[in-house]
Design a protein around this ligand. Structure first.
Ligand code: E4P
Length: 221
């Protein structure tokens, strides 16, 4: 499975990549603006922070067909196109553009997905990844359940598109998707840190250190 960081905060990405086997980074226009930097600078920094084995997944901004195609070319040229994925929203224009961008040799992640039906059509259009917005879908119903069902539907039809579940607001949402076998997730740094850190582990470590020091008068083996 693939685990991506959903962020353009290159310091947070650097920190997490130092101790976790992260498969890449996803951004969207809002995430990019939160960096406070020009998009070209963010892409340069991502190329510096990530290895070429880690994917860079960036989104088009234009909503019209021609604009999507032009921006897809621009994104697909980042890092010489190595392990780069173009995010295209599942609008009518986006669905029309997906097979064309694929035909030009780029990988595509269909984004802005709020229903399994939108995801189904993006998969039929040839998208490599499908990004349902789990937490946002929860405003309309059982977001987690619908994404689990989507994973099963794609498997039933043998469709190659991978679900890359996105828009998580807590650890439990991520946990449920991982437990259901979701092949990819993209998660914001604060939720990733909450997945890794547990107060119980810190308490256990303090006990081990204190018991050891009391018994042996030193803090190492
Ligand atoms: C990722 O592909 C999405 O753009 C992102 O997860 C949306 O997350 P949000 O609901 O926190 O904005």
């Amino acid at each position: 499975m693939e685990f991506f960081i959903d962020s353009a905060d290159t310091e947070a990405i650097r920190e997490l990549c130092a101790y976790l086997p992260i498969d890449g980074v996803t951004t969207n226009p809002t995430i990019m603006t939160k960096s406070g930097k020009e998009p070209e600078r963010v892409f340069d920094e991502l190329c510096e922070v990530l290895t070429e084995d880690q994917k860079i997944i960036a989104q088009v901004v234009s909503a019209d067909y021609e604009g999507i195609l032009a921006e897809a070319e621009k994104i697909a040229s980042i890092r010489g196109g190595r392990n780069v994925v173009v995010k295209i929203p599942v609008t009518r224009e986006g669905l029309r553009a997906i097979p064309v961008v694929k035909g030009r040799g780029a990988s595509v992640l269909a984004t802005g997905i709020y229903s399994p039906d939108q995801a189904f059509w993006a998969a039929k259009a040839g998208a490599d990844y499908l990004a349902p917005y789990v937490n946002r879908m929860c405003s309309y119903g059982d977001g987690v359940g619908q994404v689990v069902e989507l994973v099963q539907t794609l498997a039933r039809y043998g469709m190659g598109a991978k679900v890359c579940a996105a828009s998580f607001k807590n650890v439990d949402q991520v946990h449920q998707l991982l437990a259901a076998g979701c092949p990819a997730v993209t998660v914001a740094p604060d939720v990733i840190r909450a997945m890794v850190g547990h107060p119980g582990t810190a308490i256990a470590m303090e006990e081990f250190a204190s018991d050891w020091e009391k018994a042996y008068g030193r803090t190492s083996l």
